[in-house]
Write a protein that binds this ligand. Structure first.
Ligand SMILES: Nc1ncnc2c1ncn2[C@@H]1O[C@H](COP(=O)(O)OP(=O)(O)OP(=O)(O)O)[C@@H](O)[C@H]1O
Ligand SMILES: [Mg+2]
Length: 345
């Protein structure tokens, strides 16, 4: 039993866009881009950057370097590079001279299947974690944002990240109803790119598309009467740099179907809600978490569509890692000492 007192308990959230690591008694110590840069050279492609240090390579057209994102829609798609990235970030989080391997609470999207779950467990195992407890993202977010202090029996949380949207109704006994879909901020950015390409023949980078999204002051078309976004890209016809003024209301119209699909996911979970919890939801409302919850006006759009109060979480972008971190703080009670490398469920 005493051996556990020397090991460190951590929480890990390997998101599509960002990887976060929480260390017990310290809080979030890592919040970096889920990214690696490889130098393309013959049969070997050495890693030259991991995490935030990849920033300088993004959006540069340089055939010598390749940017790799090992997580897509919250799922590991590049096993080897996910492992390299996690090992590096974990070492950065807890130091390279730790004697005992850490135990980890790790988040996963609800849409992950058994094989994808096992891949995640394997990657963690090979990265130096000795005991792993898997928890769904929405459950972790609900723990961080829970309504317990407000006397509610259940929390309705919608985590909208870069690659996934997770809507879930969580009660004291666990998940009552949930849905998980492959859509989030990345899809919104991609939709902006496709629209500008189709309408104006202008090619823009992922970063510019994301910036256009950040600059929106409200995602509702009617709230954007005379505002203009100055879009910088490349004219597809001439290959020359090109600047185009675009009405922000037009951008909002283009991304509206994606937002409506996200709202459709929420609606479906609401329809699964047992009648005895409906009053709780009407009182506590829907809590939005994840980076994309910060899209201005998204909360108001959901209120318009569903007629239920909506708020953006207290710790929006960090809800999943803080919820998982709260579990890591009480690892013993949550997982027990004898469970080794097994997911919960
Ligand atoms: N202020 C903001 N307004 C709009 N979108 C934002 C804002 N801040 C971050 N985002 C978007 O949030 C997303 C990143 O959120 P988050 O860190 O929760 O994703 P993730 O956890 O990596 O992804 P996932 O959980 O889907 O695997 C990106 O798409 C980013 O563009
Ligand atoms: Mg996330």
């Amino acid at each position: 039993m005493p051996i556990f007192q020397f090991s460190q308990d951590v929480a890990i959230d390997m998101g599509t866009c960002n990887t976060r690591i929480y260390v017990k008694n310290k809080g979030i110590v890592i919040n970096e881009a889920s990214m690696l840069v490889l130098r393309v050279s013959g049969r070997h492609s050495p890693v030259v950057a991991i995490g935030d240090s990849c920033e300088e390579f993004v959006g540069r057209s340089n055939s010598e370097y390749k940017v790799v994102r090992p997580i897509r829609s919250g799922i590991i798609v590049d096993y080897e590079n996910a492992q390299i990235m996690l090992h590096y970030l974990l070492t950065k989080a807890i130091g390279s001279r730790f004697t005992f391997k850490p135990r980890a609470i790790v988040t996963i999207p609800g849409l992950a299947n058994a094989v994808q779950r096992q891949s995640l467990i394997n990657v963690l195992g090979k990265s130096g974690v000795r005991q792993i407890h898997v928890v769904e993202q929405s459950y972790a977010a609900a723990i961080a944002e829970n309504n317990a202090g407000k006397n509610e029996k259940a929390t309705f949380v919608v985590d909208i990240g870069a690659g996934t949207t997770e809507a879930a109704l969580i009660s004291l006994d666990g998940t009552v109803a949930s849905r998980s879909a492959q859509m989030g901020g990345d899809l919104i950015d991609e939709t902006i790119r496709e629209h500008l390409d189709r309408r104006y023949g202008i090619e823009i980078t992922e970063r510019i598309a994301e910036q256009i999204k950040y600059d929106l002051t409200d995602v509702r078309e009617e709230e954007n009467q005379d505002r203009i976004a100055v879009v910088r890209g490349r004219d597809k016809a001439t290959g020359m740099p090109f600047t185009q003024d675009v009405k922000t209301s037009e951008i909002c119209r283009a991304i509206h179907p994606v937002l409506m699909n996200i709202i459709g996911e929420i609606r479906q979970v609401l329809e699964m809600t047992p009648p005895e919890l409906c009053e709780d939801i009407m009182r506590g409302g829907i809590i939005l978490t994840g980076g994309s919850a910060q899209l201005p006006g998204l909360d108001a759009l959901i209120v318009d569509e569903l007629g239920i109060p909506v708020s953006v979480g207290r710790v929006a972008e960090e809800s999943t890692i803080l919820g998982a971190g709260a579990m890591a703080d009480h690892f013993e009670e949550i997982v027990g000492q004898n469970q080794t490398g097994k997911p919960n469920g």
